[in-house]
Write a protein that binds this ligand. Sequence first.
Ligand code: PFF
Length: 453
Amino acid sequence: MTINKATHGHWSSRFAFILAATGSAVGLGNIWKFPYITGENGGGAFVLVYLLCVVLIGIPIMIAETMLGRRAQSNPIEAMQQLTDEAQADKNWRYLGWLGVIAGVLILSYYSVIAGWASAYIFKDLFGSFFGIDATQSQTLFDNFTASPIQLIFWHSVFMAATMWIVAKGVNNGLEKSVRFLMPSLFVLLFLLVGYAMTTNSYQQGLDFMFNLDFSKLTGNAILTAMGHAFFTLSLGMGAIMVYGSYLPKDVSIAKTAYLIAAADTIVALLAGIAIFPLVFEHGLHPASGAGLIFQTLPIAFGNMTGGWLMGMLFFVLLVFAALSSSISLIEPAVAWLVENKNFTREKACLWTGLGTWFLGLGTVFSFNIWKDVVFFDKNIFQLLDYLTANVMLPIGGFAIAVFAGYIMKREHTESELQMPCTQSYDVWRILVRYVAPASIFLVFLHVVGVLG
Ligand code: PFF
């Protein structure tokens, strides 16, 4: 197979990698998904499991995945092939790359639809739809919007087109620049929203919901969802971080960057939760109202606070940008593979992957209207795609990455690639990636299928 290495770019610096990887990690997962699944799964205990998963499973796997990418300097499919050869391992390991490419396309198909909602909400804010709005009106606004396939298709198309346009511009131009200003602004806005939540009477109730531990609400599925979310929110288990790692210069410390990225990502999610739950309780909404949670609560805040019009617009603009910097990493593994292994031009690769993903996204669009009642295992198409990717494919991918980095790759290769500051930190990482992470993932799966009761 001919590999077009000349097309494989490099980040200009460690900072550029951190920006892009943080851009990938921070997105709808933090601001849209984390609050709504926390609400659906009973709050505090769920949050604790999620945090444990980030530390014990997420960070070690993030280090492993970045390392695999950098060592192979290739897209995930090609990278897994090369690393398998290097370690003289079973050829079937290369399917790991494929799993990632497929998961990325499936996730982007629904991610783009939700990002489309955020885009539409910029304009709803601009045209004053939130002005003086109460909880019932906000729910009606959301319900009417999602009932319209035409509107959802329109915004899904706009978002997909924007994503593919940025990806077509290539790693150094498109990806780096789009995340540079986003993150600090997002932090500022979230802090302002938390400040607003503090002025409500339900601030304490919101905090209690998020941090009081009530283990009676922690079902097996809640644990799986918390673990799956740790993968989803850190962009792990499907090759996105592997691709970004492959663009990382050789002299950069992988571990340090992983801590930074995980910390930033977690802080954004917690801030989003702290901003949203007080509003949920203040306005008599239900924490478990599902995927529409932030779209139903935040407009009430923006519609009733001074300067809310501007804040609302800025918030949804930033959310769309955060989503864009994640969506480009969801499709990058597929595009990089077509370019490097199949000799596609970047433009053509973007066109085809974009069209395919757009088409798949129609399943999610219709899940909120004409196919609302089409359910399998109690889930509509959107919920099924989300469950299959975040709760099944990413953890399986992560498990395989941990096993590959911990057992298949030679110790001297991982050691020299990671260049940890001391042997102790390398040993801790190795224990986490060989024992703790794979065993935890395995146990959670066993628990869900009922083997552990
Ligand atoms: N981490 C992104 C978010 O939290 O919104 C979603 C995501 C991006 C998942 C890239 C997986 C991925 F590879």
